[in-house]
Design a protein around this ligand. Structure first.
Ligand code: ADP
Ligand code: ZN
Ligand code: ZN
Length: 801
């Protein structure tokens, strides 16, 4: 029997990022297993930790401290996820504890009570168990348990007779709805209500002729008897009905769409699906890159592949960029698979996420659809992993642990021997290059469904859009097209490319610009709220009426914010109904879905929005797509600027003409000859890929080189600079001749929230010693600790500022 357990404690520092040995007391002997959480003494504190391993002999002979308490009856991380957490920590240079915490729902970190629920039909026949569940099936988790009792609980859990539930304080109250049941022994004759109270009489008659058993929610009861909810409430007051509540499962999307049936695949779709299904059946961990133009029917192929995995008794994991932005995709998965689907994304409350996580862990949900972190869903026996829009940057977490969901998916696929399907109309250069080398299998869907043509794209040169009477943001061509679409009662989508762009407040007298006191960045004007806001640290202040420098009252706003464009647009098209979709208008929970719903129902003529409107929308009624400023992202100091611009324009252009009516696209730009814009207009992904690859080759950038970004920060700029140079100096001897070290340089926004940031970018082909080297460099550095210096390591960063 094991004598010691290796425990990772919940302290995220480099110094504590290693397993510590603890003795296992006799009483806990059969409860301690890898993946359970425990309480251990650590220094003078008591800490939570995860058991990550067991061994027979102590690592040293001295007296070991002992585990004090075991928190879980069954492991919260199974062996696969435990091993995965270690792998993620190593490959992303993050702390092991941080990756384990990332994998678990936040509710498990909150304060909670535990309950025991007896789920088997027959209650325990005798002894302690009988006493425990005598009065109720759900009881609080007992405060003190003997080892034998804990053993008994574990046996029941293993035999599916008992569940342990976590009731999270404040965060995750069970959701209830008001409901009614029949009052026992109450005579329901028409005399019970006044003769002239028609609605009450109707309800009485209904209750007599069509009584119900059990419990109905108030609205359901009202609908059943054709009366209002108010009448149902009156009936409660009168005592014919008793009021009660029902628990409802928190349903993330609060919709259960009508079930749909698999479609007959087109020939192209069929040959794609055949390959995927064959790989599922053969259990080959093969990676496919499904390159399909927008509207080519990728989703149907995903759904049929998922079905094949289910038919084989396995489960499926499907990642989408951000569910709030892709409700239509989630809808389609729910429509096909109903309650077998669990949905995980950042818009859920902690309680909702926890509910879904438990359904997955218990095997009740066999399909998981989710954003980035759903890649850690506790699915067993995965049969296929799908990553839709695989090029999206949101798959990379930009804070620790800095993992890329694609890499994690590939790793899990190896463990489960299952295929991975990466789908996109505009694959990342990294993935497309791997397909070129034969590492991934390239599968293409070159045609749109029903041969719907791709819409014609007009590029408008905004350099010619000058003169006194024209609007700066709207060319005459775009205005004419909008008017035309409006006149035909069709819908338009307008994209305002906000990357690197925002509305600022400036004094026209002296040139003063409102800036954040904590960061090196100007403040953004939020007109509706009459505030200036820093988008980096959250600082807010009122919009000044006078310039703080020269006291002039000539404060003007410049730059194009969505609100300002909306104003202008409304002036140009006074009768148009405009919906705006941006970070402000969607802040409330479900905001995206509400706006998209309204637009889908035809409650507006124009949907004006930022990047978020480009994704996954499938509205057959949209015939015009306009891009107000195609090139704001081109000026960003990032080698992916062209790739991002190409992807965005291709995606948004694909939104037009998805129904029976033909569509058209207008792109306004100051760089009409730029290849990213030209090729996006032609929807020529392959052309873009070849051209961009040449440039990346010349510039020694990914996918030809790997990159690691070190970001060094401290409250003092001098310290930041000194430490950055010291680290760069220590790093160079570890690298081979072929590696390239850029920097240190101050980040383009050097100060954020009163910390200074410097960066070092390492480009390399193969550096086996780099990982260990970086690790040692940072773990053993007292100087870093003493000077409050933080170093973040980002392997394959998606944003380089
Ligand atoms: P993508 O995901 O590649 O952009 P979609 O899956 O959204 O494409 O498909 C575009 C449209 O074509 C959708 O409305 C979808 O319902 C429809 N569709 C897909 N496959 C078929 C098929 N085999 N037969 C008929 N309609 C299809
Ligand atoms: Zn001024
Ligand atoms: Zn700030």
């Amino acid at each position: 029997m094991a004598q010691t357990a290796q425990v990772i404690v919940d302290v995220a520092t480099r110094q504590t990022d290693q397993p510590y040995d603890y003795a296992i007391p006799e009483t806990l002997a059969d409860q301690v297993e890898p993946g359970v959480r425990v309480i251990v003494p650590f220094g003078r504190r008591k800490l939570q930790g995860f058991v990550v391993g067991l061994s027979d002999t102590a690592a040293f002979d001295g007296k070991l401290k002992a585990i004090e308490q075991v928190l879980d009856l069954t492991p919260v991380l199974d062996p696969e996820l435990l091993a995965l957490s270690k792998w993620v920590a190593t490959t992303t240079f993050s702390f092991w504890i941080a990756t384990m915490q990332t994998m678990l729902p936040a509710a498990m970190r909150a304060k909670y009570d535990r309950t025991l629920t007896w789920t088997a039909d027959e209650k325990p026949a005798d002894g302690w168990g009988q006493a425990l569940f005598r009065h109720a099936r759900t009881v609080p988790y007992p405060d003190t348990l003997t080892a034998a009792q804990t053993r008994q609980l574990r046996a029941w859990v293993k035999a599916d007779q008992l569940t342990v539930d976590y009731i999270v304080h404040n965060r995750a109250k069970a959701k209830t709805q008001k409901a009614v049941k029949l009052a026992p022994g109450k005579a329901l004759t028409s005399a019970a209500a006044p003769k002239n109270a028609k609605a009450q009489q109707k309800l009485l008659t209904g209750l007599q002729t069509k009584p119900f058993t059990g419990v109905l929610t108030q609205p359901v009861a009202a609908a059943r008897y054709g009366v209002s909810v108010a009448t149902v409430r009156l009936a409660e007051k009168a005592g014919w009905l008793q009021s009660t509540t029902v628990n409802i499962r928190r349903n993330p999307l609060a919709i259960r769409p009508e079930r749909d049936q698999p479609k007959r695949l087109t020939a192209d779709q069929q040959q794609a699906a055949d390959q995927f299904v064959a790989a599922v059946a053969a259990k080959t961990p093969q990676t496919f890159l499904l390159e399909g133009v927008t509207g080519s029917g990728k989703t149907e192929v995903y759904l049929q592949t998922i079905q094949a995995a289910l038919d084989d008794g396995r489960t499926a994991l499907m990642l989408v960029p951000e569910i709030a932005l892709t409700p239509q995709m989630v809808h389609r998965v729910l429509a096909r698979f109903g309650d077998a689907v669990a949905v995980l994304h950042s818009g859920l409350s902690d309680g909702e996420k926890f509910d879904e996580w438990r359904r997955i862990q218990r095997g009740e949900a066999r399909i998981v659809v989710g954003a980035r972190s759903a890649v850690f869903a506790p699915l067993a026996n995965i049969g296929v992993i799908i990553i839709d829009e695989e090029h999206e940057t949101s798959y990379k977490q930009d804070e620790a642990p800095r993992y890329h969901a694609r890499n994690v998916a590939l790793h899990r696929a190896k463990t489960f021997h299952c295929p991975v399907i990466l789908g996109s109309a505009t694959p990342s250069l990294e993935s497309r290059a791997r397909a070129e080398k034969g590492v991934y299998t390239l599968v293409r869907l070159p045609e749109r469904i029903n041969d719907r043509p791709l819409p014609p794209v007009h590029i408008i040169d905004m350099r010619k859009n000058s003169g006194a009477r024209v609007q700066p943001d709207f060319s005459p061509e775009l205005v004419a097209a909008l008017e035309n679409t409006l006149a035909k009662h069709e819908q338009s989508v307008l994209l305002l490319n906000r990357r690197g762009y925002s509305a600022q407040a400036m004094c026209r007298n002296c040139g003063w610009i409102a800036r954040c006191p904590n960061c090196d960045i100007s403040l953004t004007v939020h007109r509706a709220a009459r505030k200036l806001v820093c988008h980096y640290c959250g600082h807010e202040e009122p919009i000044p009426t006078r310039c703080p420098v020269c006291n002039s009252d000539k404060i003007r706003f410049f730059g194009t914010g969505t609100e300002k464009v909306e104003d202008t647009l409304q002036k140009i098209l006074p009768t148009a109904r405009i919906l705006r979709m941006d970070a402000d208008s969607t802040r409330k929970k479900g905001g995206h879905a509400r706006i998209l719903n309204a637009f889908g129902k035809g409650q507006a003529d124009i949907l004006l929005g930022t990047q978020m409107i480009a994704k996954g929308l499938d509205f057959p009624t949209v015939t015009l797509v306009g891009v107000i400023n195609a090139d704001t992202a081109l000026g960003m100091p990032d080698f992916r600027a062209s790739e991002r611009t190409f992807q965005l324009l291709t995606q948004v252009a694909g939104r037009a003409g998805r129904g029976s009516k033909p569509g058209s696209v207008i792109i306004q730009t100051y760089n009409p000859d730029h290849y990213a814009i030209q090729l996006a207009a032609r929807q020529d992904y392959e052309g873009f890929f070849r051209r961009e690859m040449r440039l990346r080759h010349q510039g020694k950038y990914p996918p030809y080189y790997y990159t690691v970004l070190l970001t060094i920060s401290a409250p003092s700029e001098t310290v930041t600079a000194q430490e950055s140079y010291r680290i760069a100096g220590d790093l160079k001897p570890l690298l081979s001749q072929t590696a390239i070290v850029l920097g240190p340089t101050p980040r383009s926004i050097t100060r954020i929230n009163n910390r200074y940031y410097y960066q070092i970018l390492v480009k390399f082909k193969k550096e086996p010693a780099l990982g260990r080297g970086l690790h040692n460099l940072l773990t053993n550095s007292q100087a870093l600790l003493k000077n409050k210096v933080q170093v973040a390591i980002d392997f394959e960063p998606q944003q380089i500022m």
